[in-house]
Write a protein that binds this ligand. Structure first.
Ligand code: NAD
Ligand code: TDX
Length: 357
């Protein structure tokens, strides 16, 4: 299967993964128009896209995926052949503090977007794709053994995961009921440039740079599989162009590590690059109250995308961490600019009650 869209709607393209995706595809496919629709919440940052903002095949629209009228107008004006749907509330801890926005954007917003695509594509003679970007968290939590596959039943445990699971179900229901041509990708933890520093890896690097305490939830033994974002966005582009309609792909890196070991790796790399005494930043670690309902472990079977679509991650964890630490140390103004007052309010409500401020 080969699909070459001429006009693509990307939602949430000013966020972490969406902006890395646009930085890759806008350059890789100059004949394809990419229209980025983003509400610019606290997590959206147009500075990420400065190097493509003047490209002739890129356009930015400031708007909300819940705005049905805006979507109808954009579909009419641009004749989109594909939608790549990143827009979401994405942070588990925020969903625990208040789940409301997660249902508004991740569930209702996805429904409004699905309706817009279905209406615009009704009777279309040429191929179309609705590519929904989802997460491994929809499958729940693993013990020390085993991996999730595309057949694993859904068992979301946080409000964030439940909202993403609901969105996945809606996408598949639109495929079954209205023949909407969709693909879904469920991905493990991403890291790399332009990630908002509420997520573990940029938070650790930022606090280490400033000499501030590093919060590790519980005993630090929870395990994640870390995928370098540039590897992820290449996989997404391959799935959009080559995957069969109605298919689901799991994208992981097979780079599992527990949180405490990961934090040590990051701190040791910061010490190495900044010339601090080896191991000295480890003294910043603080064990704080655990995340409620903290999923123990995620791991994905990525062999189908490797065997059938020929994708493989290019970075192992050590290579990815080296590049990531270097990027944040080189981009201090980016970090300072995203940490505005609203984020500081969040940080104190999140960490103040956990015995750290
Ligand atoms: P992010 O929080 O960095 O970015 C989300 C973007 O969506 C922001 O630019 C924000 O402004 C925009 N947005 C939010 N609400 C919107 C709305 N109502 N209308 C339009 N735009 C809106 O998220 P991310 O980490 O880049 O994640 C992108 C997608 O990938 C999400 O769907 C997330 O669930 C999924 N995902 C993320 C990870 C990860 O490790 N970060 C892993 C697996 C899946
Ligand atoms: O301060 C912290 N201390 C800590 O120990 C933070 C922010 C996190 N953690 C732990 C919780 C997790 O076990 O580190 C691990 C990673 O946490 P996050 O960076 O918040 O990611 P996670 O909860 O695993 O979810 C991520 O991966 C799946 C993304 O945020 C989701 O959007 C994605 O769907």
């Amino acid at each position: 299967m080969s699909f070459t869209p001429t006009s693509v709607l990307v939602t949430g393209g000013a966020g972490f993964i969406g902006s890395n995706y646009l930085l890759h595809v806008v350059r890789a496919w100059p004949e394809t128009l990419y229209v980025n629709l983003d509400a610019l919440t606290y997590a959206g940052n147009l500075a990420n896209l400065a190097s493509v903002e003047d490209a002739p095949n890129y356009r930015f629209i400031h708007g909300d995926i819940n705005d049905a009228e805006l979507l109808a107008r954009l579909f009419a004006e641009n004749a989109f052949e594909a939608v790549v749907h990143f827009a979401a509330e994405s942070h588990v801890d925020r969903s625990i503090l208040d789940p409301t926005a997660f249902v508004t954007t991740n569930v209702h917003g996805t429904l409004v977007l699905l309706q817009a695509a279905r209406t615009a594509w009704d009777g279309a003679g040429t191929p179309r794709r609705f590519h929904h970007i989802s997460t491994d968290e929809v499958f729940g939590s693993l013990g020390p053994e085993g991996v999730f596959t595309a057949e694993t039943p859904y068992a979301p445990r946080s409000p964030y995961a439940a909202s993403k699971a609901s969105a996945d179900h809606l996408v598949r229901a639109f495929g079954t009921t209205y023949h909407l041509p969709y693909v879904i990708t469920n991905t493990s933890n991403n890291y790399g440039p332009y990630q908002f520093p509420e997520k573990l890896i940029p938070l650790v690097i930022r606090n280490a740079m400033k000499g501030e305490p590093i919060p590790v939830y519980g005993n630090g033994q929870n395990v994640r599989d870390w995928l370098y974002v540039e590897d992820h966005v290449k996989a997404l582009d391959i799935v959009l162009r080559r995957a069969e309609e109605g298919s689901t792909w799991l994208i992981g890196a097979d780079q599992e590590i527990n949180n405490l070991d990961l934090v040590h790796l990051l701190l040791d790399e910061v010490d190495r690059v900044t010339g601090k005494h080896a191991g000295s930043s480890r003294a910043l670690i603080r064990f704080v109250a655990d995340r409620p309902g903290h999923d123990f472990r995620y791991a994905l079977d990525s062999s189908p995308i490797e065997d059938q679509l020929g994708w493989k991650p290019e970075h192992d964890l050590n290579a990815g961490i080296r590049r990531t630490v270097a990027w944040y140390l080189d981009n201090v103004p980016w970090m300072d600019a995203v940490l505005d007052g609203a984020y500081r309010d969040y940080y104190s409500s999140q960490y103040g009650s956990r015995g750290m401020n």
